[in-house]
Ligand binder design. Structure first.
Ligand SMILES: [Zn+2]
Length: 113
């Protein structure tokens, strides 16, 4: 359940950002999350809604954009993974290189005005 810690981190960042804008209400947060983080987006959305209760981010919409991982597989030629994987998502080869796909950043936020 590491999504809970992440939900808290996102909230902290969002609140700190909103503070710079006069603590106005946060209505939307766009987040990029790499698939290698192994996060279930629905869980993160749910938990964010939970931790945001009672703050200026309560009710904010968390939109998650999943960043695919780049794969270099010499066996089958797969180039991309759209779900969490350790080896090649195409043929299962453990020698495939899997990189990127570990992003975790807020792309944008909408603040009420
Ligand atoms: Zn492969």
């Amino acid at each position: 359940m590491h999504e809970l810690g992440i939900a808290n981190d996102i909230l902290d960042i969002a609140l700190a950002e909103a503070k710079k804008h006069g603590n106005r209400r946060i209505t939307r947060v766009d987040l990029e999350v790499g698939v290698l983080r192994g996060i279930v987006p629905e869980n993160l959305v749910f938990l964010f809604g939970h931790v945001a209760k009672g703050t200026i981010a309560e009710g904010a919409h968390l939109a998650i954009e999943e960043q695919p991982a780049r794969v270099e597989c010499g066996t089958c030629g797969t180039t991309e993974a759209r779900v969490f994987t350790i080896g090649c998502p195409g043929c299962g080869s453990p020698t495939a290189r899997v990189e990127r796909g570990d992003a975790m950043r807020i792309l944008s936020m909408e603040i009420d005005d």
